[in-house]
Unconditional design. Structure first.
Length: 150
């Protein structure tokens, strides 16, 4: 009986950890949706990494994975946004920043994971386009603040 309970718990935990991945996989081959996955191994192969004018090499070294989903297919945007926000609410993500400006809605979510890992999710919705960026790693809010110089 103990083995069955332990096995059930392990399957449940694995399912929760893969729920966000499932969203990315679900829309992986859908017309109008682009998905990107970058692993920790790939980050280690990039000695200098920039996002615009910002050098993110130090941050990249702390990342375990990066996932990006973009959608410009109007008929899917609400469904994807609703699935993502339901996941963040259900899984106890904290809303750490929200900006609504000129039809653009940006929300950043954060959840502390085990072993010093944090998961950040940026959800950016504007007319006709949706973008979700998910980062898992030993990244803190201070690391992100240091990137922006604020």
């Amino acid at each position: 009986m103990k083995k069955i309970i332990i096995l059930t718990l392990m399957v449940g935990i694995a399912t929760l950890c893969n729920a966000q991945d499932a969203l990315f996989r679900k829309y992986d081959n859908v017309k109008g949706v682009t998905t990107v996955y970058v692993s920790k191994a790939m980050f280690s192969m990039m000695p200098k990494l920039k996002a615009g004018d910002i050098n993110i090499s130090k941050l990249a070294g702390k990342m375990d994975k990066l996932q990006v989903l973009t959608c410009d297919r109007a008929s899917l945007i609400n469904d994807i946004r609703n699935e993502a926000t339901a996941y963040y609410d259900r899984e106890g993500f904290e809303n750490v920043m929200k900006v609504n400006e000129g039809g653009e809605h940006v929300t950043i979510y954060m959840k502390a994971r085990q072993h010093g890992l944090n998961e950040f999710a940026l959800l950016n919705a504007e007319k006709g386009e949706l973008e979700i960026i998910n980062i898992l790693g030993k990244i803190t809010l201070k690391d992100i603040r240091n990137l922006t110089g604020r």
